[in-house]
Ligand binder design. Structure first.
Ligand SMILES: Cc1ncc(COP(=O)(O)O)c(C=O)c1O
Length: 365
């Protein structure tokens, strides 16, 4: 008998479920026949893109018939100058998600071990699984990466360690001294992926010198994105910083023109918009203070987040609460995994969005 399509597919697809993104506002409004839905499910910037980025987009539109600059000359040059690196240290991606994928495709082989925290950004485990790797999951300690335990989990078969800093879904960050101790403990041939998608929200004293390892030529890639504080999630653009020898290998698996021209132009303009960055931080800090106070008053607990979202323990089925909130027009993120069944992840929004969430949550609870 002919093989089924499933049998023809990579065996590593078996048992793998697709990534479920936060529902788009339009879809929820259509389904429920309502308007004014609030989305606090995907850690986007509630203020939207920087006005400078919007202006750059309008200017760039007439050139949309041209392929983008496949080498990202201007953006890499600009980032390199800001970060004290060379353009050869940089690679651009269709979101930093694509860079995670390129890392997996370039380096991970069946049988390799990959060390990740539990819970961590779900994509790390999915990519490792797809490459046929063994995933070694190290439970968080006090909701933060247990870097000592993660270093101990490294064996001679470990190819890669993924560190989300801040971690998604907890919003917690490791202390710079902890990262240093970890890097000192881990053998140099282990590749460390430091995912800093939310680093621009983190207070300066907690930002580690991860780029120092890149400059030293350690086998490290640091990933950042324009999807979060820069408010450009819909354009899909992120960047990785790694030793030029690693970038050169990743370039071999990168699709041509992976980052579109509008995204490149908007990203360049967004880097110039310090006012948008600081108001985004301010709105986030105020929103976090408001939500923290209200959640505490409701007797609910959450780890101390340094990012733009909170992981809230509802002490009851998180998915049921998320569904009830959805019916009231507030989209939050229910979570999978053994110890997150009673949790939801909520993105910090604008003051009216945060108030709407709290009102709806009070009604549901
Ligand atoms: C920790 C982490 N890394 C990476 C990403 C992917 O970001 P991007 O939109 O740049 O692909 C996300 C998105 O939510 C994230 O939370």
């Amino acid at each position: 008998m002919a093989k089924s399509l499933e049998e023809l597919a990579s065996p590593y697809l078996h048992g793998l479920l697709p990534y479920i993104p936060g529902k788009p506002i339009g879809e929820v409004e259509r389904e429920l026949g309502i308007t004014g839905v609030v989305k606090l499910a995907s850690n986007e910037n509630p203020l939207g893109p920087s006005p400078l980025a919007l202006c750059a987009l309008r200017e760039a539109l007439p050139e949309s018939h041209r392929y983008p600059d496949g080498g990202g000359y201007y953006l890499k040059g600009r980032l390199a100058a800001c970060l004290g690196l060379t353009p050869g240290h940089l690679i651009l991606g269709n979101g930093c998600n694509e860079l995670l994928e390129l890392m997996a495709r370039a380096f991970l082989l069946p049988g390799d071990e990959v060390v990740i925290a539990d819970p961590a950004f779900v994509i790390y485990g999915m990519l490792a699984h797809l490459q046929g790797c063994t995933t070694v999951r190290v439970p968080l300690k006090a909701w933060t990466h247990d870097l000592e335990a993660m270093a101990k989990a490294v064996t001679t078969r470990t190819k890669m360690v993924f560190l989300g800093n801040p971690n998604n879904p907890t919003g917690t960050a490791v202390r710079p001294t902890e990262l240093k101790a970890f890097m000192d403990a881990v053998p140099e041939e282990v590749i460390v992926v430091i995912d800093e998608a939310y680093i621009e929200y983190v207070p300066q004293e907690l930002v580690p010198d991860s780029l120092g390892y890149v400059r030293q030529g350690r086998w490290v890639i640091v990933l950042r994105t324009f999807s979060k504080i820069y408010g450009l999630a819909g354009l899909r653009i992120g960047y990785g910083m790694a030793p030029p020898s690693m970038v050169e290998l990743l370039e071999r698996v990168r699709a041509p023109f992976n980052v579109n021209s509008l995204a490149q132009r908007a990203a360049l303009a967004a880097l110039d918009d310090q006012a948008h960055l600081s108001s985004s931080r301010q709105v986030n800090d105020l929103g976090k203070a408001y939500l923290s106070g209200e959640l505490h008053r409701l007797g609910l607990q959450f780890p101390p987040s340094v990012a733009n979202f909170l992981l809230v323990d509802l002490k009851q089925d998180g998915r049921a609460v998320a569904d009830a909130l959805l019916r009231m027009g507030v989209i939050v993120r229910p979570l999978q995994g053994a110890y997150l069944k009673t949790h939801i992840r909520v993105t910090i929004g604008t003051p009216p969005e945060n108030e709407r969430f709290i009102q709806a949550l009070k009604a549901v609870l």
